[in-house]
Design a protein around this ligand. Sequence first.
Ligand code: FAD
Length: 423
Amino acid sequence: MTGEPGISLWDATAREVDPGSPLDGDVKADVAVVGGGYTGLSTALHAAQRGLSVCVLEARQIGHGGSGRNVGLLNAGLWLPPQDVRARLGERLGARLVDILGDAPAYVMSLIERHQIRCELTRSGTIHAAHSPKGLRDLERRVSEWERLGAPVRLLSGDEASRLIGSDAFFGGLLDARAGTLNPMGYVRGLARAAKAAGARIHTGVEVSALRRNGTEWTVETGHGNVSASKVVLATNAYSGHLWPGLKATFVPIDFFQVATRPLGPRVAGILPERQGLWDTGTIMFSLRRDAENRLIIGSMGSLIGGAGGLSERWAARQLSRLFPSLGPVEFERAWHGRIAMNTEHMPRIHRLDQGLYTPIGYNGRGIAPGTVFGKAIADLIAGGDEADLPMPVTGVKRERMPGLKAGFYRAVFSANQVIRSI
Ligand SMILES: Cc1cc2nc3c(=O)[nH]c(=O)nc-3n(C[C@H](O)[C@H](O)[C@H](O)COP(=O)(O)OP(=O)(O)OC[C@H]3O[C@@H](n4cnc5c(N)ncnc54)[C@H](O)[C@@H]3O)c2cc1C
């Protein structure tokens, strides 16, 4: 591995640049946004387009969180199948959320087109691959419900999956034609560029240290100046710290690592030939995709362990040779991980933390399209909309039980999985 460990492939290859600049002194705005990922920047873009003054404060760089580190599967819906979403939220609200998130990839694609975001978008769908007969039964249940709802989702036979993936390792799959893949850092930087062009201020390297309310006005404190605003959106998701009491305890932080090969040229022509990205039905799921330069990018739950030739690279080499025995040895170029915010119900939440202070949080590993549409919905609310029109009912903070203990347990299980599956 030649790349700096931990720097994502997307960071190194995105063709959009980070448009952030330092903050120097106090600012007054209608809306202060904390966090420069999809949620924060979509809020900023849509609020600025509605004529509001917006100031985004990002502690590190645009896309430092999950938005610059993910797999880039632009998926529809949630991690849960539609019928389970309705069971949790109730028929009316559940059906509305399923509709909104079913259309969400198309909305992201329209933003990419409108703002000419250079993020290597593909539109050929994604594959949820069955790792076992039980996994296939789960996919059948998902497909029958999506079909009933009229969505362009279909079940792949073992042979079809084998042709579309280039591997005989799967029992079938679910092909969702609404979905696609993208360079996640390209998309988030492009959103930032669009938000800035619409008038939002985008400040990077600015960590928010405190939030104080005086009547209807908030003071957002940083070491570089304060921002006063009547509305604040905390868009810090899995990277939430102690800024708001209890917020960090609303999810269990789970790492997901990825390892990218060097460009492999014609050797990978038969692997994902139509360029769908995939993830599997395993409990400790893994992901696989190609990028525009014909690298293979494979990942799974857990942290990156070891540098060049280390455990995660050995795991990746082993999985690639298991899936594609004729591929031969590959060299790796980059490896990194990011943090996912999981919660018990596997659904994102929107909390009203205080008057004028909102946080969409807990995307459970599916946040590209949901983060974008939740950000837009929050902007619509701030611009004079109604809470009842948000995609999810607004709730107060709901703590997970023993999130630290659960995170430690999962970390141990995922590390053991890497060890076992690298042999
Ligand atoms: C490895 C991985 C793979 C994933 N794969 C997919 C996928 O294929 N498809 C999909 O749809 N979703 C995927 N996800 C989920 C998706 O990436 C996230 O849900 C999404 O990026 C969340 O966006 P966000 O804007 O809410 O938060 P983030 O992008 O995490 O942004 C939060 C930001 O807040 C900043 N911040 C935190 N505290 C402060 C502070 N005090 N002051 C200022 N800034 C602060 C952080 O620096 C960070 O940049 C994946 C996630 C990971 C980690």
